[in-house]
Design a protein around this ligand. Structure first.
Ligand SMILES: *Cc1c(COP(=O)(O)O)cnc(C)c1O
Length: 393
């Protein structure tokens, strides 16, 4: 079956007694057993049955099963945020004296997790330009535990060659771990490109309009020890499993993901092309524009789609603030891939506590506005953006 069908028709593990058509929310903590033997078997994983909601819950399991069916993954584990999925995954691969090869072009908290939190426990961050394959080879040594990157970085909108990175990582027998939040896994075949593990903030595209926090670890089974540690050690000991309420909302979101994504991506394409004609905008960065340096690679890796995130550069930070303050329809808010169009000035918000020097290393500019395009009528979005630029024309 095709992805649109699988997203909607993945039966839940134990059929609901009333035959509820939507997945029921099992809003409980403990599960009862028929007898002592069943209880022992469940606790020791000899049978597949939930025992305690910190590590398993049927509503969450159903979401995991649907994602597994959509990605052909070996294991899928749902966490209570994207950061929980990322931190648990990195804790499963890293240990003292090991290093992580990555880039400065990372989501702010991921960058801080790697450079501060994990570093405090003896894991070394190794930053390089992941679009330069030689630099990646040179950065990897015998203590490297993984290569980590994002499919489409934010706000730089950089795209790295995943197949080549996977080949380099596998030559050194280490996994390639990819944060695929910015392009839904229904549009990519990262497994075919050699990616070993995908981590996703399901808060974004999947939640269905910013309804709930969530994270997914999609494991293709190529490094079996990682899932073992993640599911049977970290899930228990760190307690960051997804809640049934979030899983319910994210399952509803997953059911409509394809239509929402297609519309948001086509809206973004139209808007990027129109904004390119505006003289007050110095630069439009969108991977769906033919003159974008990543256009060809992005088409290949993302099923000819380009996502719903774009950036525009104005004359100055002040021009960016004036623009944001004049918006009437587009919302001044963080988050990505909400149903609504959102605008933010990354340098003063998400990256507001980084120094100018760090911002420079990350290529985060004071002149950049990030837009996450929603489901509204594109004419209305464009009209709002153009009126907000008026002062600067
Ligand atoms: C939002 C985001 C995260 C963090 O996800 P949360 O669900 O907010 O914890 C991680 N990576 C990327 C690329 C993101 O956009």
């Amino acid at each position: 079956m095709k992805k649109q069908t699988i997203a909607i028709n993945t039966p839940y593990v134990r059929p609901d007694v009333y035959g509820s058509l939507a997945v029921p929310i099992y809003n409980n903590v403990a599960f009862e057993f028929q007898d002592a033997q069943e209880m022992a078997d469940a606790f020791c994983n000899r049978i597949k049955a939930p025992d305690y909601a910190r590590v398993e819950n049927p509503t969450v399991t159903n979401l995991e099963q649907r994602v597994k069916a959509l990605t052909s993954a070996e294991h899928v584990t749902a966490f209570n945020s994207g950061m929980a999925a990322i931190s648990n995954t990195l804790l499963a691969v890293a240990e003292q004296k090991k290093n992580i090869v990555t880039t400065h072009h990372l989501f702010g908290n991921t960058l801080a997790l790697i450079s501060k939190t994990l570093n405090r426990y003896g894991v070394e961050p190794r930053f390089c330009d992941l679009t330069n394959l030689q630099a990646v080879e040179d950065a990897i040594n015998e203590n490297t535990c993984c290569v980590f990157l994002e499919v489409l970085t934010n706000p730089q909108l950089e795209v790295a060659d995943l197949q080549s990175l996977a080949e380099i990582a596998h030559k050194k027998a280490i996994p390639l771990i990819v944060d695929s939040t910015a392009i839904p896994f229904t549009e990519t075949s990262l497994k075919q490109l050699g990616v070993d593990i995908e981590v996703v903030s399901s808060t974004k595209y999947i939640s269905g309009g910013g309804t709930s926090l969530g994270g997914l670890v999609i494991d293709y089974g190529t490094f079996p020890a990682i899932n073992q540690r993640l599911k049977y050690e970290l899930l228990f000991n760190l307690g960051a499993y997804m809640t049934p309420q979030a899983a319910y909302m994210q399952t509803l979101g997953l059911e409509t993901l394809d239509v929402r994504y297609q519309r948001q991506a086509s809206n973004a394409q139209k808007i990027a092309e129109t904004l390119k004609e505006q003289s007050a905008i110095h630069h439009v960065n969108y991977i769906g524009l033919k003159d974008n340096p990543y256009y060809t690679l992005a088409r290949k890796q993302f099923n000819s789609t380009s996502g719903a995130m774009l950036t525009i550069d104005l004359a100055s930070k002040e021009a960016c603030f004036r623009f944001l303050n004049k918006l009437q329809l587009v919302h001044r808010a963080t988050n990505l891939f909400d149903n609504r169009t959102l605008a933010i000035h990354p340098a003063s918000t998400i990256f507001g506590l980084f120094s100018e020097e760090q911002l420079k290393a990350m290529d985060v500019r004071q002149t950049t506005i990030r837009l996450s395009i929603g489901l509204e009528n594109t004419e209305d979005i464009i009209n709002d953006i153009i009126q907000a630029l008026q002062d600067d024309l």
